[in-house]
Write a protein that binds this ligand. Structure first.
Ligand code: UD1
Ligand code: CA
Length: 453
């Protein structure tokens, strides 16, 4: 197979976002838009990936460098158009003799098979492959001027188009593929003699045609190429992602009682026969195994839920929550960096942070793992089948042995051995008849001072 590379254009200012954050770093489905494009390039087998940034986008440059290394960033000194932006990455690809796909950093939902189809057109001998779509409202998009079956003559930007061309609904998504050396050689001939005074990447199509090359369009759905320029479009892209992912999960055998109220992330993994009740949020990093139930109004992030476990309603699983098979995490229970063994239960009102709960253990209502001393975090270990009485504070580091009991309301600061009882609270005192004499004393005192009515 021919080698593949990707250039991701992200140097635009994104002023319509009105944001301190670079546009392409805004998330869709819990992942920065630029990372969607990087992941798409990776899944398409691109061995070189370069993101074109502007000199002012330090935060974006740092983010890309972290993922792709310093070679992954190209700087476009001034934004002179999409063609000029691609040229900014030319030296990065010096000597690369494979196929190149150009992606945008602000178009996160493109399916991998669309990219595969573009590369396939090149393998079949096309000079340039263009990803197009039928727009409901073509507006400012570039129009694909075609003849025959998807053969593209030229791409005309809306501002440069004639009224007849503006009536065309087949539009340019911006994604384009061609041999890398061909792209740079065609770009060297592109001028900025157009309405915007910019160097258009899209002009390489007409130039390739003039050279006698074949340019072919691949068509995809408009929802797959939603570009984001404003918060409104960001919300639309998010909605499109959510709709797509919900549909996939339903198809794969997950029950979503009210799909439109369940929010998923790009990497959410839910096995078949899981039931997800209404109003559940899956932040990134969640995996749920078969037969589990996620009850209403729960929030999960960076968590693993074992087969048959029941979470919620109103539960919060934070990063590092490992919930074992058939375990129970009930209402208003927060779990962070804690493994709960098979069948362990924390059914009501608890905080389990930085710990380990053995299989079959029962954590009473109001239990708190006091994991933080103001400086460092400490661990709480609870053995199998231990029973923690309600409203206990376990001051970490501390360990409770297997089968041990903790009396309700205890503040436990020392190790409790297996099968022992640990109680740490004031002893109960009973004084028979005390209330009667108390009331008499109080009444007498009041009469003496003449206080009250
Ligand atoms: C571009 C296409 C148009 C297509 C549309 C799809 C051209 C000339 N036009 O138009 O045919 O229908 O996208 O959304 O290519 N960028 C840079 N440096 C620049 C200019 C742009 O990095 O100098 C980046 C932007 O950050 C953005 C992408 O390139 O990610 C597209 O640029 P934009 O100005 O939005 O292009 P459009 O005018 O929308
Ligand atoms: Ca745009």
């Amino acid at each position: 197979m021919t080698k593949r590379a990707a250039i991701i254009l992200a140097a635009g200012q994104g002023t319509r976002m009105k944001s301190a954050l670079p546009k392409v770093m805004h998330p869709v489905g819990g992942r920065a838009m630029v990372d969607w494009s990087v992941a798409l390039a990776e899944s398409s087998g691109c061995e070189r990936i370069i993101v074109v940034c502007s000199p002012s986008q330090a935060q974006l440059q740092a983010h890309v460098t972290e993922n792709l290394g310093p070679d992954g960033v190209a700087i476009q000194e001034t934004p002179l158009g999409t063609g000029h932006a691609v040229q900014a990455a030319e030296t990065h690809l010096a000597g690369f003799d494979g196929a190149l796909v150009v992606l945008y950093g602000d178009t996160p939902l493109i399916p991998p098979d669309a990219i595969e189809a573009l590369f396939a057109r090149l393998e079949d001998g096309a000079g340039v492959g263009v990803l197009g779509f039928e727009a409901d409202n073509p507006g400012a998009y570039g129009r694909l001027i075609t003849h025959g079956h998807g053969e593209v003559e030229a791409i005309v930007e809306a501002r440069d188009a004639s009224p007849e061309q503006l009536a065309i609904r087949l539009c340019n998504s911006g994604v384009m593929a061609a041999r890398a050396d061909e792209v740079f050689s065609l770009l060297s001939r592109v001028t900025n003699d157009n309405a915007k005074g910019e160097y258009y990447l899209t002009d390489i199509v007409a130039l390739a045609r003039a050279d006698g090359q074949n340019c072919l369009a691949v068509e995809c759905a408009e929802a797959d190429v939603l570009g984001v320029n404003s918060r409104l479009e960001l919300a639309r892209a998010e909605a499109a992602f959510q709709a797509r992912r919900r549909r996939e999960l339903l198809t794969e055998g997950v029950t979503l009682t009210a799909p439109e109220t369940v929010f998923l992330s790009y990497d959410t993994e839910i096995a078949n026969d899981v039931l997800v009740e209404p109003h559940v949020v899956f932040a990134p990093g969640v995996r749920v195994e078969s037969g589990a139930v996620i009850r209403a109004f729960s929030h999960l992030e960076g968590a693993h839920v074992g087969a048959g476990a029941v979470i919620g309603p109103y539960a919060r699983l934070r990063p590092g929550a490992e919930i074992g098979r058939q375990a129970r995490v009930g209402n208003f229970v927060e779990v962070k960096s804690t493994r709960m063994g098979a069948g362990a239960k924390a059914n009501h009102l608890a905080y389990l942070g930085d710990g380990e709960v053995g299989a079959g253990a029962n954590i009473g209502a109001g239990t708190i793992f006091c994991n933080y001393d103001g400086y460092r975090k400490h661990r709480t270990e609870i053995g199998e089948n231990a029973f923690i009485g309600s409203n206990s504070a376990l001051v970490a580091p501390v360990s409770i042995g297997a089968g041990a009991y903790i009396g309700s309301g205890s503040v436990i600061t020392q190790t409790v051995p297996g099968d022992a009882l640990g109680v740490a609270r004031g002893r109960q005192v009973i004084r028979e008849g005390w209330s009667v004499s108390y009331r008499e004393r109080m009444r007498a005192a009041k009469e003496e001072t003449g206080d009250g009515q």
